[in-house]
Design a protein around this ligand. Structure first.
Ligand code: COA
Ligand code: AMP
Length: 633
């Protein structure tokens, strides 16, 4: 039996022993009473009774343990031309002072703090400062518009908000403060205070009495000590798209999270303490939480925080420059970034301009890694290219090729096998296990391992309904796929209305809610159609109310603007088409799947339940008229 198999079996047969061993990598203020508290199924808690501080484990522990002068954080920002490094000691000191400033805003243990920031080191420091105080952070991605931010403010009810004057997207400076002010204006739960980081690229007006200058507050603050919390206390809330416009507040606890993430960096990514690990994502996504900030620091590695894009900052060689310059051993990004690079540098000429001799492995996640992109990356880079599968909810990978245990053969199109701790099964609609090779719902047998969500923020019922009700005893991933004869997991598609746009998760239902609010729109459907760069992009089909005399193009343009204003540029919603009718089943269900296949140029069959087959001809003509025949990826 190989090391992978041995480890997976031990985690299944003796989960408490397995995770108790893994928990040795973490320093506890008080040990746990029970490794797994299973007294209240389907709610399970890990390390109940234990106490720790996540910031202590990410910073102070390493300062005390001999890593004080090792680089903890490298900030590399091609958009500002800055590169800066912090040792573990420097980062600990900065975070302790920032925590003092945040405490000065009245924030204490259990209070929520919302973080709305671009990819600057202060964003990571803000997360760690909250963890230091035992406060619960909720980071909101910068590409969301004010109403989305307001929804999250109202759900989390933060005592304070930490933000910056602007973000920089390629060549463009995006002022953040007007979005923040608008969101606070819309929200019912007003925060008492905001700490604003002024960036020279666009300074912001501060509102007296509410806003404080970040640097001044930090300079005046006294360093704050780490506040121990229960292992089961929340570390953060991260909102992610649900099936409606109301996002789900995924909760992460302190103890299970620290244990699982430290384990994962060593055994999945194969990274040793002291090595440089880089994830090109954003702190606003789970990938950024887990693998820009927490896992590398918990494990004593060096992390890179990159404020730039795969292309255009300044060119498609940016990633290779960063890998060579900082000695990155293992790199993690989304397949869409590689598609962007491949499009600009198909022969990999820019790759060969850099010394990548220390680079060991590339990990891809966030969306399906399409085999041509994986094959291109393997050929160009000459290192293992590992597709791995996970979700905001799980916090760390469900399926991967665990390089730190044993490299298994790579199969293109598969995220390899279930990671130790995850018992993945394919179920039919009645919840019966399916045979190898058969496509069904991918589900994980309860209890989920440490680090996965214990619940949704103040919404136990929604947690149960969303994830546990469909298959009793299992967590439903909402992904469909198969497990082959070799135990390899192939993730195919979502079973709900979530789409993946450039590795960003969006709800088509949420976009439909925005379109339906347009006064001229009677009904609408949003489809995620194939896109050769972003994987999927949303398009909207609109049926106008009877008697609307305004030109359809005007309404369509307004609809596009509305989605940008209400959800944000991250939705990449650029196409709305006005049609006469939408195809429906006889019971009135809109045939979104059939329309998507038509838009993607795939084979499709006339649904037997369709109300009026002629409508599909009209839709086909409208899609063709808009030039929608995207290249298949
Ligand atoms: N703040 C403000 N606006 C943002 C933003 C942020 N943090 N992030 C993205 N946006 C804006 C972009 O500027 C763009 O605006 P536009 O419509 O005015 O051009 C829009 O949101 C869409 O952004 P994106 O989907 O990222 O597309 P892009 O065309 O700017 O770049 C890629 C395409 C492939 C280069 C880019 O998506 C990328 O680097 N993806 C990596 C994926 C990734 O990190 N995923 C995280 C999960 S692993
Ligand atoms: P997010 O919560 O934003 O991380 O998105 C999670 C979703 O992205 C999953 O449910 C999948 O649909 C998709 N996803 C993530 N990683 C992969 C992968 N390696 N292969 C296929 N789909 C993936």
């Amino acid at each position: 039996m190989g090391r992978y198999e041995e480890s997976w079996r031990r985690a299944k047969e003796d989960p408490e022993g397995f995770w108790a061993d893994a928990a040795e990598a973490i320093q506890w203020e008080r040990p746990w009473d029970r490794v797994l508290d299973d007294s209240r199924p389907p709610f399970y808690r890990w390390f109940a009774g234990g106490r720790l501080n996540t910031c202590w484990n990410a910073l102070d522990r390493h300062v005390a343990g001999g890593r004080a002068e090792q680089t903890a954080l490298i900030y590399d920002s091609p958009v500002t031309g800055r590169i800066a490094l912090w040792t573990y000691r420097q980062l600990r000191d900065e975070v302790a002072r920032l925590a003092g400033a945040v405490a000065g805003l009245g924030v204490g243990k259990g209070d929520r703090v919302l973080i709305y920031m671009p990819m600057v080191p202060e964003a990571a420091m803000a997360m760690l400062a909250c963890a230091r105080l035992g406060a619960i952070h909720s980071v909101v991605f910068g590409g969301f518009a004010a109403p989305e931010l307001a929804t999250r403010i109202d759900d989390a009810k933060p005592k304070a908000i930490l933000s910056a004057s602007c973000g920089i997207e390629g060549q463009r400076v995006i002022p953040y403060k007007p979005l923040l002010d608008a969101a606070i204006g819309l929200a019912k739960a007003k925060p008492a205070a905001c700490l604003i980081l002024q960036r020279e690229e666009a300074r912001a007006e501060l509102i007296p009495g509410r806003d404080r200058d970040w640097r001044e507050a930090v300079a005046a603050a006294r360093p704050a000590d780490c506040v121990p919390v229960a292992a089961t206390d929340p570390l953060y809330i991260l909102y992610t798209s649900g099936t409606t416009g109301i996002p789900k507040g995924v909760v992460r606890d302190n103890g299970g999270h620290a244990v699982a993430l430290a384990w994962s960096l060593k055994y999945i990514y194969g990274v040793e303490p002291g090595e440089v690990f880089w994830t090109a994502s954003d702190v606003g996504w789970v990938v950024g939480h887990s693998y820009i900030v927490y896992a590398p620091l918990l494990h004593g590695a060096t992390t890179v925080l990159y404020e730039g894009k795969p292309v255009g900052t300044p060119d498609a060689g940016a990633f290779w420059r960063v890998i060579a310059e900082h000695g990155v051993r293992v790199f993690f990004t989304a397949p869409t970034a590689f598609r962007a690079i491949k499009r600009e540098d198909p022969e990999g000429k820019l790759i060969r301009k850099h010394d990548l001799s220390r680079f060991r492995a590339l990990f891809l996640a966030g969306e399906r890694a399409d085999p041509p992109t994986v094959a291109w990356a393997e050929e160009q880079l000459g290192v293992p290219v590992i597709d791995h599968w996970w979700q905001t909810e799980t916090g760390w990978p469900i399926a991967a090729n665990c390089l730190g245990l044993e490299k298994l053969p790579v199969k293109h199109g598969s995220a390899t096998r279930a990671v130790p701790g995850w018992d993945v099964q394919v179920l039919d609609p009645e919840g019966r296990p399916m045979k190898p090779g058969e496509v069904g719902a991918l589900a994980v047998k309860l209890p989920l391992p440490p680090g996965a969500l214990p619940t949704l923020w103040q919404a136990d019922d929604r947690f149960r309904q969303s994830y546990l009700a469909e298959f009793p005893g299992f967590y439903a991933t909402a992904d469909a796929g198969l497990i082959d004869e070799d135990g390899y997991i192939h993730v195919m598609t979502r079973t709900d209305d979530i789409i993946n746009v450039a590795g960003h998760r969006l709800s088509t239902g949420g976009i439909e809610e925005v379109l339906a609010a347009h006064p001229d729109v009677a009904e609408c459907a949003v489809l995620g159609i194939a896109d050769s760069l972003k994987g999927q992009v949303p398009i909207g089909l609109l049926v106008l109310k009877a008697g609307v005399a305004r030109p359809p193009e005007t309404v369509a343009a307004e609809a596009v603007r509305l989605v940008r204003e209400r959800i944000g540029p991250v939705a990449s919603f650029k196409t709305a088409l006005v049609v006469q009718r939408l195809p429906k089943t006889r019971s009135g269900k809109i045939l979104r799947g059939t329309m998507r296949r038509i838009a993607d140029g795939q084979d499709w069959t006339m649904p037997a339940t369709i109300d009026d087959p002629a409508i599909l001809d009209e839709i086909t003509a409208a899609l063709k008229g808009a030039g929608l025949a995207p290249a298949k990826i």
